[in-house]
Design a protein around this ligand. Structure first.
Ligand code: NAD
Length: 256
């Protein structure tokens, strides 16, 4: 379905981003990976699907890096057809103790980076007459939790940004939507499981159960594969009229 198209997935060296990149690659899209840590492992996993794989190490908190990544995509892949804004970080603390540099980093990486990638990638999509922008927000883009003020503010902001750009592009063959996952067992969440294990003096299995039962009625993690399948649907022709949505995949978290 996506043969000949190029998808840039920010923060795709692990977790949800890698799951989405693999799902898009299975549909034939060439992939530009981005993110920190091991690059060769994810690159090989995507390349095994028979598509072209690029990588750019832009730090998503830096607008100049993001511009350099767009220039790389233009020069090496002829632009970006599917933009998935996924890079994100978390920090948990009450607001009066929240480190100022963590606040700034979360707003920059989880929110402002999507403004920069979008403003740079959208003109090419409009010119080519096809495009998809998918913002990986969170249930925390729809509802709040205590001690996550920066994350909740950034993700609510990302949902608002999604709606605004969807309206700006409403008559164009470019759609803009957000996906709002509940708990997904990735590095970001394992840290929170570890914190519960430490706080309550319980093992990993019990800490995982406590984390899920606090918020996610299904008591099942959402998986990167499920999120990848939703991203593929949003790229399909059938999804042309899905615009400006914040689509939860959260085991019922936001149904209560
Ligand atoms: P993860 O830590 O496995 O992946 C984060 C990715 O972002 C990694 O590839 C990392 O290298 C990259 N990254 C971090 N800072 C970066 C920076 N400054 N520049 C470029 N890349 C950077 O986490 P994940 O759980 O897969 O999270 C992915 C996205 O999904 C995040 O936006 C997160 O907020 C969101 N999300 C996660 C969950 C969950 O339960 N895991 C739930 C809802 C939303």
């Amino acid at each position: 379905m996506l043969k000949g198209k190029t998808a840039l997935v920010t923060g795709s060296t692990s977790g949800i981003g890698l799951g989405v990149a693999l799902a898009l690659a299975r549909e034939g899209a060439n992939i530009i990976l981005n993110g920190f840590g091991d690059v060769e492992g994810p690159r090989a996993e995507v390349a095994a699907l028979g598509v072209r794989v690029g990588y750019h190490g832009a730090d998503m908190s830096k607008p100049a890096d993001i511009a350099a990544m767009q220039a790389y995509a233009d020069a090496e892949f002829g632009g970006i057809d599917v933009l998935v804004n996924n890079a994100g970080i978390q920090h948990v603390a009450p607001v009066q103790d929240f480190p100022v540099e963590k606040w700034d980093a979360i707003i920059a990486i989880n929110l402002s980076s999507a403004f920069h990638t979008t403003r740079l990638a959208l003109p090419g999509m409009l010119k080519k007459g096809w495009g998809r922008i998918i913002n990986i927000a969170s249930t925390h883009g729809l509802v709040a939790s205590a001690q996550k003020s920066a994350y909740v503010a950034a993700k609510h902001g990302l949902v608002g940004f999604t709606k605004s750009i969807a309206l700006e592009t409403a008559t164009a063959p470019v759609t803009v939507n957000a996906i709002c996952p509940g708990w997904v067992l990735t590095a970001i969440v394992q840290k929170q499981v570890d914190a519960i294990a430490e706080r309550d003096k319980v093992d990993n299995a019990e800490a995982t159960r406590r984390l899920l039962s606090e918020k996610q009625p299904s008591l099942q993690f959402t998986t990167p594969e499920e999120l990848g399948a939703l991203a593929v649907f949003l790229c399909s022709d059938a999804a042309i009229n899905v615009r400006g949505q914040a689509w939860a995949m959260d085991g019922g978290w936001t149904a209560v």
